[in-house]
Design a protein around this ligand. Structure first.
Ligand code: SF4
Length: 422
């Protein structure tokens, strides 16, 4: 038996046709992508091989990461998304709120440890409005002008607009004037109102999400793009989501990357309350691999960067995803809170050293990048003696930067109304 027969012999004809089309540079239609959602065993191997080949031709061997810090400045939220284990009500004993001075202090501390980006996302707390977000970004840029501020999900933009009676465009323009660098394309979940009504009723709608994101792109702010998957969505809903992101990108060119986010089920309210009989416990390992590989085939020529999420999938699976179509390792995060609250056990920080080790062991070449994917620092294929980064020396992240768990018990930051006005 030849190697080709061994590898491709039991791949069904329809799957082969779709994979051959992708190799010839044909656009994957939604029904083609749905066909690939059935790839198992040899078909999955073939899908992964095609995704890896396309990744190599589209973006080469380099794998980037950004040194950043997450500041989830409040967990108090007016909404109650059924998948979210992070949010607390305003009366909860565990509700916290970091004043602007503390957020700035955390950004400066991260900068002293070599961070180039601060990522700010939080709950939708009473007392917060557009003026608060604008003042926050202005103060951050005043204190740390070189720091890239990556902040405000579409859900937060909608909240700011609603609380202040501003349009989405005005929120985004004022934020840009204050120094906002880019926005996370989170709160996308699955861009399908049937799915949204089931797992996040009352949340930003598909049309509103598209409106915020395309308006951000129109005013010159780039965003990431995401999917949160592995709960109640169907294959076709997933693939329509990818198709929608592709068409937005063709229109605006404003997405920096695509980041698949596995649903972390352990502490999610909809798991604990058994609200949905068909709820899955997140994607399986193969399901994660399939989604990454399909994303490379479907999006790679339009959204070039496909990013792993070590905080959702763990370092070991994240490393393997580099061979399944991904080309970016995300960030160091420093204070990841949202997945930690949901029960993820993959930690709140990865050092640049750990990221480089995983990248190199996958046979690739690491580089430190900015949020906009400019090169901050290059490295060779092998570890050298002068690579040490200030974060590499952090042995106990919780002791150095604090933990989410401690924050929810810290009397200094307990949520109280009125919140500290800017
Ligand atoms: S996902 Fe966001 S909007 Fe929904 S409950 Fe959690 S913090 Fe609030």
């Amino acid at each position: 038996m030849s190697l080709e027969e061994a590898v491709l012999g039991s791949v069904p004809g329809e799957t082969r046709r779709v994979l051959e089309g992708a190799l010839e540079g044909r656009d994957l239609r939604v029904d083609d992508a749905v066909t690939l959602c059935s790839a198992r065993g040899p078909s999955l191997h073939a899908l992964v091989a095609v995704a890896d080949h396309l990744r190599r031709t589209q973006v080469g061997e380099l794998v980037g990461y950004v040194v950043n810090r997450n500041v989830n400045f409040t967990n108090v939220c007016a909404k109650a998304c059924r998948f979210c284990a992070f949010s607390r009500t305003r009366r909860s004993e565990e509700g916290y709120f970091l004043p602007i001075e503390e957020i700035v202090r955390r950004a400066l501390e991260a900068q002293a440890f070599g961070a180039t980006e601060v990522c700010i996302q939080a709950g939708l707390a009473p007392g917060v409005d557009a003026r608060f977000y604008v003042a926050l970004v202005r103060e951050l840029k005043k204190a740390a002008p070189a720091m890239h501020v990556h902040a405000l999900s579409p859900e937060e933009v909608k909240f700011a607009a609603t609380e202040s009676g501003w349009s989405f465009r005005r929120v985004l323009e004022e934020m840009k004037d204050a120094g906002l660098g880019s926005l996370p394309g989170t709160s996308a979940v699955v861009l399908d109102d049937r799915v949204r009504a089931r797992i996040a009723p009352g949340r930003i709608t598909t049309a509103e999400w598209i409106d915020v994101v395309t308006t951000a792109h129109a005013v010159g702010l780039r965003t990431t793009s995401t999917i949160m998957y592995g709960h109640v969505e169907t294959d076709i809903e997933r693939m329509r989501h990818l198709d929608l992101l592709r068409s937005i990108q063709r229109q605006t060119g404003g997405f920096t990357e695509f980041v698949p986010l596995s649903f972390v089920h352990e502490e999610a309210p909809m798991t604990l309350r058994q609200q949905l009989p068909d709820l899955r416990t997140g994607p399986t390992g193969d399901d994660v691999i399939r989604l990454y590989a399909i994303a490379r085939l479907m999006l790679g020529s339009t959204i070039r960067n496909v990013q792993v999420s070590w905080v959702k999938d763990g370092m070991r699976q994240a490393q393997w995803l580099l061979s399944c179509g991904a080309n970016d390792f995300g960030g160091t995060l420093i204070n990841e809170s949202i997945s930690t609250a949901a029960g993820s056990a993959h930690g709140q920080l990865q050092t640049p050293l750990a990221l480089r080790r995983a990248i190199r062991d996958a046979g690739r070449v690491p580089f430190e990048r900015s949020t906009r994917y400019d090169v901050v620092r290059t490295f060779g294929p092998d570890a050298g003696p002068d690579e040490r980064h200030p974060l590499d020396g952090v042995e106990d992240p919780d002791a150095t930067f604090g933990s989410y768990e401690r924050l929810t018990r810290d009397e200094r930051f307990k949520f109280r109304l009125p919140v500290a006005a800017p």
